[in-house]
Design a protein around this ligand. Structure first.
Ligand code: KDG
Length: 325
């Protein structure tokens, strides 16, 4: 098995994305993309030259085969993706909006991906080793009891191997109640090395009003036990709060046209982890994360806009030129 830098687990699913901007009620044609927050992060890391491995389940159907083909083509290690002969690959359908949040409809209850269990994680024990990261999100525990148990097992196995754990809160209000989300996610924050959140998620999980800005909710998350809390502020950039240092803020990369905002958080997490794996300090990690987030929103589909190193370098040089030829 090739060596691995980051291990993740979760549900990968197909996203049918409206090919024109407008309401779902008006949408007539859709483009198929591979999706799933953890799968997106694995692809983002692979594009940046890191070795990522994904643990999950897909159905024995065309959608499952399409996701596996897409992720394999990106170089993600899928040794521990099982094909479930009894359940379909999960599906989401989403509209695209020029203004306001886009509606997402999930068809994933009882899906293959929602049946991940402790056996899948234990079967992937070879992936859990010192020096690697585990990346998880708040989507997995919302999917099913078996997903919640699988996640708990993965966290325990990572802890046993002294692996750092990154957690993207990724609150999905359509998958569970706010009350259940807060209870479960607080428990995950306690176990995480790094927590990624947007301001709404940080406020919800910490229980602190976001009216005064990001700092109080982030401090409350930090007080739960995480070593660092990274808050994504969209066009205002991102901040990192740690136990012993002054907070650090870095500005966003300005994007002229937002094509599709979905997947930006996953790109951000991939960029941040990539910089940490390279040994870059916090400032460099925030800058790379912001740049990756900006690339992601400039392309249609969750994975399409994941940046490569060459693209990041061109972006860094772009202050001096407007075309690459
Ligand atoms: O972060 C992008 C994800 O939201 C998307 O890929 C689908 O995992 C997904 C979810 O549950 O919303």
């Amino acid at each position: 098995m090739p060596d691995v830098d980051v291990v993740s687990l979760g549900e990968c699913l197909v996203a049918l994305v409206a090919d024109e901007v407008g309401s779902l009620a008006e949408a007539r044609s859709f483009i198929r993309h591979a999706a799933g927050a953890e799968a997106n992060v694995c692809v983002g890391l692979a594009r940046l030259g890191h070795r990522s491995a994904f643990i999950g389940r897909v159905g024995d159907d065309g959608f499952g085969r399409a996701i596996v083909a897409a992720m394999r083509a990106e170089g993600v290690d899928l040794t521990h993706v099982a094909v479930d002969p009894e359940r379909p690959t999960g599906l989401l359908i989403r509209e695209r909006r020029a203004l306001g949040p886009a509606e997402v409809v999930y068809y994933r209850q009882g899906s293959a991906g929602s049946r991940i269990g402790t056996g899948d994680v234990e079967g992937a024990h070879a992936l859990f080793a010192p020096g690697r990261w585990l990346h998880v999100t708040g989507i997995t525990p919302a999917l099913s009891d078996s997903c919640r148990e699988a996640l708990a097992r993965a966290l325990a196995m990572a802890r046993d191997q002294a692996m750092p754990i990154s957690l993207d809160l990724n609150v999905r209000r359509k998958l569970w109640s706010a009350q259940d989300a807060v209870r479960a996610l607080r428990d995950l924050v306690r176990q995480a090395t790094i927590v990624f959140a947007d301001l709404d998620e940080a406020a919800l999980v910490s229980g602190v009003d976001p009216g005064g800005g990001w700092e109080d909710p982030a401090r409350a998350l930090l007080a739960l036990g995480a070593q660092a809390v990274v808050v994504k502020l969209g066009p205002d950039g991102a901040v990192v709060l740690t136990q012993h240092r002054e907070p650090m803020h870095r500005p966003a990369v300005a994007v002229t046209t937002v094509v599709d905002p979905i997947g930006a958080g996953d790109a951000f997490a991939a960029g941040y982890l990539s910089a940490l794996l390279d040994g870059t300090g916090t400032e460099g990690a925030l800058d790379r994360a912001n740049a990756c987030g900006a690339f992601a929103i400039s392309a249609l589909g969750d994975m399409a806009g994941m940046a490569t190193r060459a693209e990041l370098e061109r972006l860094a040089a772009s202050a001096r030129r407007d075309t690459w030829r």
